[in-house]
Write a new protein. Structure first.
Length: 398
């Protein structure tokens, strides 16, 4: 860890000012309000929600979400699924393509691991070859466990992923998806569960109208595929997808039965640029990088939080403003440093030693840079450290 375990444990009960820098900090009060708003939304709209654990990579936070009403969690990597299951999270959906035989063997082993707990593993597919390989892995797992072929304990739920606008994984909507669903039904160890229909690009379209239009196109693709499945005598199953930027639209469609937003729990500077859709709950920034001014020059200040402490794929972090404006802009200072300059209309630079709070541009990869998140109750100004939250699946990339 960047800070020793003993030193971190000593922080519990201490004021927020005692947190060394740079550090990844969760405003627990804001996070819990975000969690409650999502749970209330899902209950009101009578839709399941299965948040993405790739956001926080924490067994503790996954269990907190399930306790609040989540059906389980999504992950993107086999290793993430293994860590969740090992930590006692027994309903896990690997919403991604897995092709390597050794990884598929690990997925099959997870179905065995969760069965005694009444859990269920699910996975996405977008090719006939992927289905064949998955079926073989499940058959091999059954054989090695000496479980009969008819045993429901080792059945895996399989979602056919359709490309509804992301332009990444997924077969085209319609006949191609139906063909895969029919193929899944040929294998006793596989159970066709429905459609994976996630439009990632729609999440960060800035205007609410743009997101509505993009989602409307995705809904047409989902509806077409469901109609064709029905025409083949198949139940379309569960349609799952949606993200923090659009989930209210999927929920209102009558087509989606499950929502997968993850970032709502923490939020980030990129999502803060979206025009809010009034149909969605208001979520607060809850994830911050605490930093300190370590050098002061005539034209700028320098803080100790560089790119090793926050991801920059969605832009540089913003300096958190407790009031209307922070008066500071963050600029690239390299791996260990951030450059702070007075924002337009402001002339004041922070004093040497000043503690500041940064809002990361993208929460998910920022979390993956840290071993632990420090949970603070009572706010960032005068709060206390309540708990340490381990990033259990940090670096779980396989």
């Amino acid at each position: 860890m960047a800070q020793s375990s003993a030193r971190l444990l000593e922080l519990i009960g201490k004021p927020v000012q005692d947190i060394d820098t740079p550090a990844l900090v969760i405003d627990l009060d804001a996070m819990k309000r975000n969690l409650g708003r999502m749970a209330d939304f899902a209950k009101k709209h009578q839709v399941r929600w299965r948040p993405h654990a790739k956001l926080h990579k924490s067994v503790l936070l996954a269990k907190m979400q399930i306790k609040a009403g989540a059906a389980g969690v999504c992950v993107q990597k086999t290793a993430e699924a293994e860590i969740m299951v090992a930590g006692g999270v027994h309903n896990v959906y690997l919403s991604n393509q897995v092709i390597a035989p050794e990884k598929l063997a690990r997925v099959a082993a997870l179905t065995q691991a969760v069965a005694p707990h009444g859990g269920q593993i699910a996975i996405a597919v977008d090719s006939a070859e992927g289905i064949t390989r998955l079926a073989q892995a499940m058959t091999d797992a059954r054989t090695s466990a000496r479980i009969g072929a008819a045993s429901a304990a080792t059945v895996i739920d399989v979602f056919v992923e359709i490309d509804v606008g992301q332009g990444r994984c997924g077969v085209p909507p319609g006949e191609a998806a139906v063909a895969l669903a029919l193929e899944i039904r040929r294998h006793p160890a596989l159970r066709f569960a429905g459609l994976q229909a996630y439009h990632g690009k729609a999440q960060h379209l800035r205007s609410a109208l743009e997101r509505r239009l993009a989602t409307a196109s995705a809904l047409q693709a989902v509806d077409l595929t469901c109609q064709l499945l029905t025409a083949q005598g198949m139940t379309p199953g569960l349609v799952t997808g949606a993200g923090t930027g659009s989930f209210a639209l999927e929920a209102a469609s009558g087509l989606y039965g499950e929502l997968q937003p993850g970032s709502f729990l923490f939020m980030d500077a990129d999502y803060a640029q979206n025009e809010r859709d009034p149909a969605q709950p208001l979520f607060e920034q809850a994830l911050f990088v605490k930093t300190q001014v370590i050098s002061l020059q005539a034209s700028h200040a320098v803080c100790d939080a560089g790119h090793k402490s926050h991801a920059i794929d969605s832009g540089l972090p913003k300096v958190h403003a407790f009031d209307a404006k922070s008066g500071l802009d963050y600029f690239n200072g390299g791996d260990e440093h951030g450059i702070l300059r007075s924002a337009e209309g402001s002339t004041r630079l922070p004093a040497l030693g000043k503690m500041l709070w940064l809002i990361p541009g993208h929460c998910d990869p920022t979390v993956n840079l840290h071993d632990v998140m420090i949970g603070v109750s009572g706010g960032l100004r005068a709060g206390i450290v309540e708990r340490l939250i381990k990033v259990d699946a940090r670096g779980a990339l396989t």
